[in-house]
Design a protein around this ligand. Structure first.
Ligand SMILES: Nc1ncnc2c1ncn2[C@@H]1O[C@H](COP(=O)(O)OP(=O)(O)OP(=O)(O)O)[C@@H](O)[C@H]1O
Ligand SMILES: [Mg+2]
Length: 394
């Protein structure tokens, strides 16, 4: 089984260069490594300065790279499902071009890119696969799909196969095109592959998600949300990397940026607690080509094995029982700290008064909390326990 490391983060935070740098370090330590990019914009080619296509390309001893085009993946493997999906939308009165747009939504196509990762990891002999993802972590949501459909769906679909012809008879009645046998068979395949993918992603001994942020509130908040989602889906996040940290400078203009970044670093330490955070400095030029990437990998990992699991556990946990939702968040505060909680839309702002002053901690809320009201929040043994209750009390 290969070690799988996914890098995610907002656009431009450094996913591609850090993925390449991780691949370089791993290969230099003797691991047979593949770096995959599921970003259609050829970022690996740019970073390595080597033409990389849809076939694995050898970059250096023990190091390969591959570009996956989610749309090509989808077309090659599941065009038939897409066609069906489009016909359903068209039957609902959605214009065909628009239907194709919907059927090619980024999250959906990204899922197909993930399926390619599943295919490679189950067939290949790589020790490590490093995956450079696109900015949104949305595709991860879809790994829940098999669970949502339930394992029963596979049996249902199998049962339904002989009914396809019946579906055709029903078509004028239900008003939707019936899926063909081909579609049904592909769907069965798709569901079992999704199940396998979910298994791989949830195996914390093999798979890690790493969050990359820059020292600014936007990218930190964004990754905090991803951390919550990953926890909800049971994917282990083992490391946070704060990239592009500016060095101390004399210049007044940049000095302001430096102090803003310092504030963000403090925020990050609280936001990602207890995950380990690595800090990576801003280089004086773009990171391009093997030598620069190698330099970045040295700076990031030094003597460490980049494949190690830096952390295992869930900084967030959720429990829903008797119309009460309890969220537990690990926090670096003590019971003595005076904490105040305020809800702001989809977030909970936790203000903690400490000796050093007031510290803010933003807790992203899961969708289920939308229709619930905050009942109480308390600090217990390094954990913040927040309870919500359904608006109508039951
Ligand atoms: N520590 C750094 N110092 C200097 N430049 C950096 C650093 N990290 C990344 N860069 C530069 O920032 C730009 C964005 O980096 P990169 O392409 O890796 O980000 P990304 O997260 O993959 O972006 P996208 O979301 O567009 O795919 C690149 O030009 C890269 O060379
Ligand atoms: Mg990129």
């Amino acid at each position: 089984m290969s070690r799988l490391i996914f890098y995610t983060g907002k656009g431009g935070t450094g996913k591609s260069v850090i993925s390449c740098a991780t691949g370089i370090k791993a290969s230099q330590l003797g691991y047979k490594t593949l770096v995959i990019s599921v970003d259609p914009s050829h970022t690996l080619s740019d970073a390595f300065n080597v033409r990389i296509g849809y076939e694995e390309v050898k970059i250096k001893e023990k190091l390969w790279a591959l570009q996956v085009d989610p749309l090509v993946e989808m077309r090659n493997n599941f065009a038939i499902i897409q066609e069906y999906f489009v016909s359903v939308l068209a039957a609902k009165g959605i214009d065909e071009t628009l239907a194709y747009e919907v059927a090619s939504l980024p999250a959906v196509t990204q899922l197909f890119a993930l399926l390619k990762v599943e295919e490679i990891s189950s067939k290949s002999s790589y020790d490590a696969i490093i995956i450079d993802t696109v900015p949104s972590g949305e595709a991860l949501k879809y790994i829940q799909l098999p669970k949502l459909l339930g394992s029963i769906s596979k049996k249902l679909i199998k049962l339904a196969l002989p009914l396809v012809d019946l579906g055709k008879i029903l078509q004028p009645i239900i008003g939707l095109p019936a899926p063909s046998k081909g579609v049904m068979q592909k769907e069965i395949q798709l569901i079992s592959r999704l199940e396998k993918l979910a298994e791989i992603l949830k195996d914390s001994d093999a798979c890690s998600l790493r969050l990359i942020a820059n020292p600014d509130s936007f990218s930190i908040d964004n990754m905090r949300r991803t951390l919550l989602s990953a926890n909800l889906y049971g994917i282990n996040v083992d490391l946070v990397i704060l990239n592009k940290i500016m060095p101390e400078v004399k210049d007044e203009f940049f000095q302001k940026w430096v102090s803003l970044q310092k504030e963000s670093l403090e925020k990050a330490k609280i936001s990602f607690y207890p995950l380990p955070i690595k800090f990576l400095e801003l280089f004086d030029t773009e990171v391009k080509g093997f030598e620069m990437l190698e330099k970045l990998s040295e700076s990031l990992f030094q003597d460490e094995d980049p494949l190690k699991i830096y952390y295992k556990g869930s900084p967030f946990s959720l429990e829903y029982k008797d119309s009460h939702l309890t969220i537990k968040v690990k926090v670096p505060f003590t019971e003595k700290d005076n904490c105040e909680v305020e809800r702001m839309g989809e977030e909970l702002i936790v203000k903690v008064k400490q000796d050093i002053g007031e510290v803010l901690n933003v807790v992203p809320l899961p969708a289920i909390a939308n229709n619930m009201k905050l009942l109480r929040a308390k600090l217990l043994k390094g954990e913040l326990e927040i309870t919500f209750v359904k608006e109508n009390g039951g």
